[in-house]
Design a protein around this ligand. Structure first.
Ligand SMILES: [Zn+2]
Length: 348
């Protein structure tokens, strides 16, 4: 009986019937090459018959596997009627369905970790913006990215608990985050901003999306507080941890509000810098509000918080609907990217 050895394409079925003692396994360049055994005379015929049988067997097994996987998929295919809006709570399959239901629209609520007067938690902006974004997404389905607080807060580095990343890190991390969201199907990313210190960073980030092609659009949603309507305000200066923000926290996370401590520090404007309007410095905030407190938290009340948070949620819902309906921005971006490759061809 002559035996020749050749690479046998890793076909287990072909060697399955060969007695173990007659099998050969060759290691070549780290790959296992199975021995194919050829026999002459009767043995050769037997080999062919057995090969055919093995092939039929293999096909049968494959058919069974395919049918089985279809059945398994059919059993698990039906997505739940109600999907969580939290990215981190979805299974991989439900995430796929979530992207489909959201029409590729995802929210990135953007908070910060910074002192909020003597009475509110460090994560006030994060907690509030997530409250409005999550409730908004529940009314108009969108997938909401997990906690994100890697923004601009250099001006509060003198206070305990502030986490201030470098500007390079802020931009790089935000770009990679939106890139990764888009790679996962979020072709419309709405950054819902909850922190005033990001008000310059975010439009700048959006502008720099034009520097090279992206297959998605970044939308910045900056509205947080109604400019009119609702219960009358008691205070004039109300920029940080004051009447409005404290009232909002009485709705989103009342358990973290220490109203009895709100008057322990001053949130008054200290006017320590005298420059005419039109001249800007980074130290302006510290010059006016060195306690990282602007306003009077003790003026807060639940009714104001209810009105403001409902307004914020409604505004998020309107923004999601507008973004879903927007079929222009991506088209224009693509047109722009193409034209920017050969500006001399651009005609007025
Ligand atoms: Zn705040």
């Amino acid at each position: 009986m002559g035996v020749t050895l050749s690479a046998a394409e890793g076909n287990l079925a072909r060697t399955a019937w060969v007695p173990f003692s007659q099998r050969r396994v060759i290691r070549f360049n780290g790959r296992i090459l199975r021995a194919r055994i050829r026999r002459r005379g009767n043995a050769a015929m037997m080999t062919r018959t057995r090969s055919t049988m093995s092939l039929i067997l293999l096909l049968a097994v494959l058919c069974k596997m395919v049918t089985g996987s279809h059945q398994a998929r059919a059993q698990t295919a039906a997505p739940p009627a109600k999907l969580s809006v939290h990215w981190e709570e979805l299974t991989a399959a439900d995430f796929r369905e979530g992207i489909h239901r959201s029409q590729a629209t995802c929210l990135l609520p953007f908070g910060i970790l910074e002192k909020h007067g003597p009475h509110l938690p460090l994560g006030t902006d994060l907690l509030d913006v997530r409250y409005s974004a999550l409730h908004g997404a529940e009314q108009e389905y969108a997938v909401v990215f997990p906690e994100y607080y890697f923004g601009q807060i250099a001006e509060a580095k003198h206070e305990p608990g502030t986490v201030a990343y470098s500007r390079e890190m802020q931009l790089a991390l935000l770009q990679e985050t939106t890139d990764e969201m888009a790679r996962n199907g979020c072709k419309k990313v709405i950054i819902v901003n909850g922190h005033g210190g990001n008000d310059s960073l975010l439009p700048f980030f959006a502008q720099t999306q034009l520097d090279k092609p992206h297959d998605y659009v970044v939308y910045i949603f900056e509205e947080r507080t109604p400019s009119s309507g609702g219960p009358a305000k008691k205070t004039k200066i109300d920029m940080h941890a004051g009447e409005s923000e404290t009232s909002n926290m009485m709705i989103s996370r009342p358990d973290t509000v220490h109203l009895d401590r709100a008057a322990n520090e001053s949130g008054a404007d200290q006017h320590r810098q005298n420059l005419p309007e039109g001249l800007y410095t980074g130290i302006w905030w510290y010059a006016r509000f060195p306690n990282h407190y602007s306003g009077e938290g003790s003026a807060a009340r639940k009714e104001l918080g209810e009105y403001q948070m409902k307004w914020w949620i409604d505004s998020v819902v309107k923004a999601i609907r507008a973004v879903k309906a927007d079929d222009v921005s991506l088209k224009l971006q693509n047109e722009f990217y193409e034209k920017s490759k050969h500006p001399l061809d651009t005609q007025p």
